[in-house]
Design a binder for this molecule. Structure first.
Ligand SMILES: Cc1cc2nc3c(=O)[nH]c(=O)nc-3n(C[C@H](O)[C@H](O)[C@H](O)COP(=O)(O)OP(=O)(O)OC[C@H]3O[C@@H](n4cnc5c(N)ncnc54)[C@H](O)[C@@H]3O)c2cc1C
Length: 368
């Protein structure tokens, strides 16, 4: 992975070859830093596995219309149980209701758990891009790129073949402009995002159209080492350009009586480190451990006591990651002055320290 400062051009690259320059790879160290998996593949693999395991009812294309506490009747006391009314007319009573229902979680609202934070006044523009080749590392050694611009980072994440995913965090106005451009102007802007100066980019966002010609002219006067940045984008897949508002939110707690929150229902993070879904998967794994222990020890899996270990296993870790990404966003939003010099010095220092980089990569790769 290659990361650099769009103002000072200070760089850091994460790959095992440079990190190992001061020592051999430990057997516990993975050989790949990260995998890029499209969400659709993760979801279909999980659904396939659920079907294989059996014993699970799935309701496709069904909405949870409302959640209320159940009734206390002569046969059954459901007064502490959440009862879900589904759009297919069914209703379900839950011993434990797991809210994996995103940033605006209806389950969190039902449980009365406050979620605090703020909006970044930034949108993440995403798109599927076609490149002029498989990438500088060839088809088997894919490289991800991220350039920190004062308005937010622009990242290109590799996909199979000659394709890549764009995540460009920028102001809502610039996001709207990018989405309004023709394909040719949009492609030119993405190429410019990795090549031209923040001042050039600021000007280019003010043009109603014609970015392609303007950028071609400006690039002639801006020498870059093409092999240190992503291969040129040649096309954008129709219908893939979209944008999402970026927020930082953290629920006060992940558990309540017969309720547990996972993923974005519990926390929403800036995407600059690509950690949102990873955090959610960490939550799911920790919740499974908690439920297994409760079952093995004969506890009620919906009681706050049984769920407490899930909250303590995940809250602090997620909070630390939310803080790191927030600080990085703030650090790189600064356009000039001593902060730019200091952050560039820090980046270059870490880049020169093989073992320290190895530590970061090991953490990112899920190693020990
Ligand atoms: C621009 C951008 C780029 C990102 N890039 C990365 C990345 O590279 N790597 C990474 O790990 N993360 C990334 N993330 C974060 C990642 O997308 C989220 O963290 C992840 O999608 C959260 O998953 P989730 O299942 O918790 O919530 P969601 O994906 O929001 O899913 C919630 C689901 O609940 C359903 N739902 C909600 N209410 C109801 C209801 N009443 N009835 C029925 N269903 C309901 C919704 O339809 C939805 O399917 C990025 C985010 C953004 C905005």
């Amino acid at each position: 992975m290659r990361v650099w400062d769009g103002v000072s051009d200070a760089r850091i690259s994460f790959d095992w070859d440079t990190a190992r320059s001061l020592g051999p790879r430990k057997p516990t160290q993975p050989t790949t830093i990260a995998y890029m998996i499209e969400n659709v593949n993760t979801v279909s693999a999980l659904l396939g596995r659920l079907e294989e395991l059996g014993g699970v009812d799935t309701f496709s294309s069904t909405k949870v219309d409302s959640i209320e506490l159940g009734a206390d009747t002569e046969q059954l006391d459901l007064s502490s149980w959440p009862v879900l009314s589904l759009s297919n007319g069914k209703s379900l009573a839950a011993r434990l209701l797991v809210g994996a229902d995103g940033a605006n979680s209806p389950v969190r609202t039902f449980a009365g758990i406050p979620s605090r934070g703020f909006d970044y006044s930034r949108h993440g523009v995403v798109a599927t891009l076609k490149l002029s080749g498989p990438g500088w590392g060839g088809p088997d050694h894919k490289i991800a790129y991220q350039r920190f611009l004062p308005s937010g980072p622009i990242a290109m994440l590799p996909m199979p073949g000659n394709f890549a995913t764009l995540v460009w965090s920028t102001t809502p106005e610039r996001a709207a402009k990018l989405k309004s451009l023709s394909s040719a102007d949009f492609v030119a802007m993405v190429n410019a995002g990795f090549r031209l100066s923040p001042t050039d980019l600021q000007y280019l966002h003010t043009l109603p159209s014609g970015q392609e010609e303007e950028i071609a002219w400006r690039e002639k006067h801006t020498p870059v080492n093409e092999r240190s940045i992503p291969m040129r984008v040649t096309d954008v897949q129709a219908g893939t350009v979209a944008s999402f508002p970026l927020r930082m939110r953290h629920a006060d707690t992940y558990t309540g009586e017969r309720v547990a929150l996972v993923g974005d229902a519990a926390h929403t993070i800036h995407p600059l480190a690509g950690q949102g879904l990873n955090q959610g998967q960490g939550d799911a794994a920790a919740l499974v451990r908690t439920i297994s222990y409760a079952v093995e020890t004969g506890q009620d899996i919906g009681s706050t006591l049984a769920l407490e270990s899930y909250n303590s296993a995940r809250y602090a870790e997620n909070n630390a990651m939310l803080g790191v990404c927030d600080k990085l966003h703030r650090l790189y939003s600064v356009e000039s002055g001593p902060i730019v010099g200091l952050r560039s010095l820090g980046l270059r220092a870490v880049d020169a320290m093989g073992p320290l980089k190895g530590f970061f990569m090991n953490r990112a790769a899920g190693g020990v």
